[in-house]
Design a protein around this ligand. Structure first.
Ligand code: FHN
Length: 575
């Protein structure tokens, strides 16, 4: 496919001149100016991510299936058959809007190098398909018309482009005659096209920065280039090489653009640096027939957990090769929108906290109001820690009456079981002052085992990310996991001193289904392990009560499992 060179040299030259000027402008931005630039996006909290291209004809993963499930030669010819005649930008944007989303991010170019707009810099683009319409142009116009911020995802790595050093599958091969500097200019020129022809853009969502050819220097230069083209634009941390893996944070001291990007997980509570989790409504980013779709409960709680952690959710759909978003996905998004129509005040333009996310739920706040989003109700009600503001009134926005007591010990919260909601019991608290003046505080999981020393018979690929301690960190977003194929295992905790407990909660990772088939809970008495009780399956938030026991070492002995057992949390309670 012919890439046009001569224009590049001219453009590269002007850009170089242009970029020096830029150094100064972004450098001068003060933290308040930066906050003002990001304000609309932080208030928006919820956006639509769209992964789409000719690959949808195969139903395999965009970019990654090239040279893997789909031979590269075949993959690169798919655009010849790509004719999504049912594509209607107004309908897509309406789906986003009705879902309560405030911005939309479309893959202008993914790792496979295909460009979904009328670019003058390569013929490997949408105008050369039977479809022959500029998808970016139509989506940008529809977003403008419906008041949704239009944004583009753009891959830095390009396994198709001859000048980009690495190729498919997955960047694992090398190109014969690469020219990274020329590719870099191509990248910058295409971004100029997108911003100048379809801008202003809300966000430039970079990705594919993890491969060797990309450097810190190129990242800083690209950031300045894009901000020079459009000073108001927001750029994620995948512009540089500072991203710390799928957790999406930015390594200390590294250049991280404007915000962090946890992927396929909910970010941790973080209110000193913006973040946005990108998560799929199904499993795959691009369309896949009969892909597993998340329940409404999981979809909504994912959004609410993000807001409670002081972050955004960029929720992904993969449209079909016909040009339609799958009807069941449209319906699910609509259901999310219905909830936000009623309770959006507790999400939009709020900040996370002051009560940090946990199994109990999350909180958000705005002005003198705190919104409590209760997901799980301990028998005795929710116990919240002391805060430096007085609650002047409370109301159950999802219905029923809330009984609330605020003492020097903390706040207790109770609602009759009949008024508890499956997805989110939403309670509004009015305070005698700004909630932002309350230091964020963890809601004591008050598990006797939280943060205690843990060991296990097996750890998934000996990875610290799946260490036994992950089941005792009070964070249901992390988990202890074992090697695939593990049929028996044990997980042990040392409470540090003899503790008396009579209730256990074991939260098996939902994503893996009920793997544990038979287990026993044991405690050490002298030299021997005594079995407290035997059980069969677990699942999310399994719990059991028993006569009080006093012990220091406690373990879950898994006698039989269908696949490597993995637990989010293992908790022990006095009562
Ligand atoms: O490889 C991509 C993947 O296809 C998808 O685009 C996600 C979205 O954030 N990012 C990369 C994986 O980290």
């Amino acid at each position: 496919m012919k890439i046009r060179a001569q224009k590049l040299i001219i453009a590269a030259a002007t850009l170089a001149a242009f970029s020096t000027a830029v150094v100064n402008s972004s450098a001068q931005e003060t933290p308040p100016q930066r906050d003002a630039r990001l304000a609309w996006w932080r208030a928006a909290r919820f956006g639509m991510f769209i992964h789409w291209g000719p690959v949808s004809l195969k139903g395999t993963e965009i970019g990654w299936s090239r040279g893997a499930q789909v031979p590269a030669e075949e993959y690169d010819q798919l655009y010849q058959q790509f004719n999504p005649t049912k594509f209607n930008a107004d309908e897509w944007v309406k789906v986003a809007k009705d879902a309560g989303m405030k911005y939309l991010v479309i893959t202008s170019k993914h790792h496979d190098g295909f460009c979904i707009w009328d670019t003058k810099l390569t013929d490997y683009n949408i105008m050369r398909t039977p479809f022959g319409r500029d998808v970016v142009k139509e989506l940008a116009a529809a977003c403008k018309q419906q008041g949704i911020a239009f944004c583009t995802y753009h891959s830095i790595c390009d396994w198709y482009h001859p000048d980009y050093p690495l190729g498919s599958p997955g960047g694992k091969t090398s190109k014969p005659n690469p020219n990274m500097d020329r590719y870099n200019a191509y990248l910058k020129n295409q971004l100029a096209e997108l911003i100048q022809n379809y801008g202003p853009l809300g966000i430039l969502w970079f990705d594919g920065e993890w491969e060797k050819p990309w450097t810190h220097e190129r990242g800083v230069d690209l950031y300045k280039h894009v901000r020079a083209l459009q000073p108001s634009i927001i750029i994620n941390n995948r512009v540089g090489v500072g991203r710390a893996g799928m957790d999406g944070g930015t390594a200390d001291g590294a250049f991280g653009g404007d915000y962090d990007t946890p992927e396929q997980r909910i970010g941790k509570f973080q209110n000193d640096r913006p973040w946005e989790s990108c998560i799929t409504i199904c499993h795959q980013w691009a369309w896949k027939p009969n892909d597993t779709m998340k329940s409404l409960k999981e979809c909504l709680q994912t959004l609410i957990y993000c807001a409670g952690g002081d972050g955004n959710l960029l929720f992904n759909v993969g449209p079909m090769p016909t040009g339609e978003i799958e009807p069941r996905q449209v319906q699910r998004l609509n259901e999310m929108g219905a909830w936000l129509k009623n309770y959006g005040e507790s999400i939009y333009a709020t900040r996370g906290g002051p009560f940090k996310p946990g199994k109990w739920g999350v909180s958000t706040h705005q002005g003198n109001t705190i919104y409590l989003h209760v997901f799980n109700w301990p028998a005795e009600g929710v116990a919240l820690p002391v805060i430096n503001k007085r609650i002047t009134s409370s109301k159950a926005l999802t219905g029923g009456t809330v009984e609330i007591k605020q003492t020097g010990e903390g706040i207790s919260l109770l609602i009759p079981p009949a008024d508890r909601q499956e997805i989110d019991t939403l309670i509004e608290l009015k305070l005698d002052g700004p909630a932002s003046e309350i230091p964020p505080v963890a809601v004591g999981g008050s598990s006797l085992a939280e943060g205690k020393k843990a060991t296990a018979s097996n750890v998934f690929q000996r990875q610290s990310g799946y260490a036994p301690g992950k089941a005792f960190d009070g964070d249901s977003q992390t988990r202890w996991a074992t090697d695939s194929g593990t049929k028996q295992a044990w997980l042990e905790v040392d409470l540090g001193k003899p503790e008396t407990f009579s209730r256990v909660v074991i939260d098996e990772w939902e994503g893996g289904g009920k793997r544990v088939q038979s287990f026993e809970l044991q405690y050490q008495s002298g030299e021997e392990w005594k079995t407290l009780f035997k059980g069969t399956t677990l699942g999310p938030n399994w719990q059991n009560k028993f006569d009080p026991v006093t012990a220091r070492q406690v373990r879950l002995n898994i006698l039989e499992a269908t696949e490597g057992p993995t637990l989010n949390e293992f908790e022990l309670y006095r009562k």
